[in-house]
Design a protein around this ligand. Sequence first.
Ligand SMILES: C[S@@+](CC[C@H](N)C(=O)[O-])C[C@H]1O[C@@H](n2cnc3c(N)ncnc32)[C@H](O)[C@@H]1O
Length: 404
Amino acid sequence: MSVDPQATDASSLRAAMVDRLTSTGVLTDPKLRDALLRVRREVLLPHAYVRISGPGADPIDWRLLDGSHPEDHQEWLALIHSNESILLQRDGEPLDALARGPVTGGHMTSMTTYTPATVEVLQALGLAPGLRYLELGSGPGVCLALAATLTGPGLATGVERDGHMAAWSRHNLGRLGVGAAVVEGDALDGHRARAPYDRIHSGIGVPCVPPAWVEQLAPGGQLLTTLTTRTPSWPGQLLLTRSDRGRIEAVLRGRPRGYRPMLGYQWLSALDHRARIKADPGRARPTRLAPPPDDAYGFWLAAAYLAPGLARDFQAETMTIVAPREDSWAVAGPGDGTVRVHGPRDVWAELEDVRARWEAAGRPETYHVDLTGGPGHQHVTSGPGPKALTWTLPPLTTVPPQTT
Ligand SMILES: C[S@@+](CC[C@H](N)C(=O)[O-])C[C@H]1O[C@@H](n2cnc3c(N)ncnc32)[C@H](O)[C@@H]1O
């Protein structure tokens, strides 16, 4: 029997990827390990964009790697087996006849999820044979294929809003033969035809929980989603469980990363202000109660809601937080107890205020969400008592692109 050298190459890269995920402590579930070794990513990701331009460039230069082209093959194969998010689609373009090589302009509308994040989610959901799985915003179907491998054929369904992506991923998943279905539709509606589901996983960030998702969750089921605000910097992860008797519990926690928001929802960006902040960081003043460290996720999540409309530049030398709509910012000093502030909105004073409230509330790390009111009335609380932190999740409306 002759051995296909490309398949051998792909399978050894797959094994190396699994070893990396295991040795870094991310991958612990042996069944998911097997699934990662079995799912041939190269079938689902036959091309990949590489971004050439640096941050903030407009228009952006890209290069399309075609996995079937000998000159691109090795670079493409290494890329799709790295942990990186694989960029696949610009501005909702058709996906079946993309030309390889350089291209300028547009924004990515679909990509794979960073692999460790997919692993964490699939492990958290405890997927097992026989469970009915729904993925909302399934994109190219990498996570969906892994889920289908764990549940068994005929039980995993993806909902994808982009018609080209839905058709393309359906075709690729069909070639893979894992028995996953993809339907074209709006994730916010779930997919009633195959409900109820034992596990629901949203691959997109939503401002609050769509009622259809809760309705379509089976008794004993679990739902995991990113809750997004307009800030990309401090995402929340919501785990919702329905007990065997139907009781709903929803717990929200801050996370270092989350999924990008649903199509049509615009994140704020700190990047446009980078050059101006460098030129003029603002007027210096002493700090009262500076924000806690980066891994105080319970604080940063609360800040995303209680001091809304901020974005952090994580690449800046010292903590730099911008209110882009109000042309205001705060730049922490180099550990000398000072901060520089600029603009009409006192970003730092707001964060100091949230910090004082967060401390008074007992430094909560998790929050309970009451979903009984429906979108626009889903209330979050850190616990009982007058000092608890509370807020209401924003409604499901999308935010139109900013006109500047
Ligand atoms: C980041 S991709 C998911 C990748 C997937 N987790 C993986 O690794 O294979 C997110 C997808 O959600 C889709 N999407 C965004 N908003 C949506 C919506 N409202 N309904 C359905 N799909 C949506 C996008 O078109 C995109 O393909």
